[in-house]
Design a protein around this ligand. Structure first.
Ligand SMILES: [Zn+2]
Length: 451
């Protein structure tokens, strides 16, 4: 983790904190408006943690992400929190949380009071999809379904650019879509739910039952004879070994997911279905082609253009960035419309520069394509900034080229000045802090050279 020290007050770009509360750990990130995570951290949660303990850990994490209250007070524009369970996002209330002890606990009010900034809260799966919608695989797609098979099967939907929450905040529990009315019993009390067939707990149940009945399986070897928990990675390995039992059970799971997608398509007509979760991270190569085939074969949609089915882009960061997006939505920022902003850049107290979480205390350049390049020694030893150097750093022709200096005002060689004029590049030479401010505020094609 990068330590931020004390950021000077010249930081204009708004920063947000996203928190992902899970059953075993709480993770978080400090991100800018464009969804770039600058600092990240996580803290393990004790088993059966009480609400006050969870509050303590979340507070500690926010403090750690912002390295003390200085950034929080001055620069954190909002905090978003993802919680596993039913959450009333509009009212900021936690209604029911089967896996963590937070139901009825006023986390939003307590965090707001501690950090004096706006705090928003949402269901973690919903936020995972919101993250993908703003910053990941779902950018600029207004109608998306998210399916996340892990231990259970999480679901979420973006309809006309908005998360579908329902009357009580409990909509889109697609894991409990009933796929087989005579199917196995589900943890929710119904029969034949999607997750009772395709969740990892259901896959484990089927494999254990088959092994108990005498079937052979490579999983016995992979899991060292202990089938109490069969991790997604073990399933992946068994599939790679072409284990017959695993293939059979996973085909059944993929089949259920495929037909769930068909039904979801009939209900929502999404342009995109995003798959994430532990099972997909390990076994996407096996599951997604089957799902795509089932969806493509739906005769009802034969004459309609295809619905794309893709894997999550943000993976473990999805909930954190969804929480950041929720915090931004709370402020009325339409992050999806913010132009792809180049790298996050700020000046630290010792005059070193922080770019995307890395500290640079000597020459560095951010080119138009956001690539960060250290300034070669041969250039820094020269008295003047040469045409050769400008050519190197002005690739893809910036409209604005900012030169930031720490000590003496730099001099451009005659050839360098002609080059800028010919290419119609607007060059600005400024001391470090105003130069970085200008870089962060400029929305046109830009590059910066810090010398
Ligand atoms: Zn169920």
């Amino acid at each position: 983790m990068v330590e931020l020290h004390e950021v000077k007050n010249n930081m204009k770009s708004r920063l947000f904190i996203g928190i992902d509360i899970g059953g075993t750990k709480i993770s978080g990130g400090l991100a800018d408006e464009t969804g770039k995570i600058i600092v990240r951290d996580k803290i393990a949660t004790p088993l059966d943690a009480k609400p006050s303990e969870i509050l303590f850990i979340v507070t500690k994490l926010i403090n750690s992400l912002s390295s003390g209250s200085k950034i929080v007070a001055k620069n954190i524009a909002g905090i978003g929190i993802g919680v596993p369970g039913i959450v009333n996002t509009k009212k900021g209330k936690i209604v029911a949380t089967p896996n963590v002890d937070l139901a009825g606990f006023d986390l939003v009010k307590k965090i707001t009071k501690k950090f004096r900034t706006r705090v928003s809260i949402g269901n973690d799966v919903n936020l995972g999809l919101l993250g993908e919608y703003w910053f990941g695989a779902g950018r600029r797609v207004k109608n998306i379904i998210g399916l996340f098979p892990g231990t259970g099967v999480g679901g979420a939907a973006i309809v006309d650019g908005k998360l579908l929450l329902g009357a009580k905040g409990a909509a889109t529990e697609f894991g409990h879509l009933i796929i087989d009315t005579h199917g196995p019993e589900c943890s929710c009390g119904n029969r034949g739910c999607l997750e009772a067939i395709a969740g990892r707990w259901a896959i484990e149940r089927d494999i254990r039952a088959a092994v108990k009945a005498g079937r052979e399986s490579a999983l016995i070897d992979i899991c060292k004879s202990d089938l109490a928990v069969i991790k997604s990675k073990a399933l992946k390995e068994a599939l790679a070994r072409k284990d017959e039992l695993t293939t059979e059970v996973m085909e059944k799971a993929a089949d259920a997911l495929g037909f769930a997608c068909v039904s979801l398509r009939h209900a929502f007509d999404p342009a995109l279905i995003i798959f994430g979760g532990g099972i997909i991270e390990a076994c996407a190569g096996f599951i997604l082609p089957m799902v795509r085939k089932i969806v493509d074969d739906d005769p009802f949609f034969a004459k309609v253009s295809r619905c794309k089915i893709v894997e999550s882009e943000l993976k473990d960061d999805a909930v954190i960035l969804g929480a950041v997006a929720l915090a931004q939505e709370g402020l009325g920022i339409k992050a999806g419309e913010i132009k792809a902003n180049p790298s996050v850049c700020m000046v630290l107290k010792d005059d070193s520069v922080l770019i995307d979480g890395k500290t640079y205390n000597r020459g560095v350049c951010i080119r138009v394509n956001c690539k960060v390049k250290k300034r070669p020694k041969k250039f820094s030893e020269e008295k003047e900034i040469s045409e050769q150097e400008l050519r190197k750093f002005c690739k893809k022709k910036p409209e604005v080229f900012i030169i930031a200096y720490r000590d003496a005002l730099p001099v451009l060689s005659e050839q360098a000045q002609i080059f800028l004029k010919e290419k119609k590049i607007n060059a600005k030479i400024l001391p470090l802090s105003p130069a970085i401010d200008l870089y962060n505020e400029t929305t046109s094609k830009k590059a910066i050279l810090v010398i």
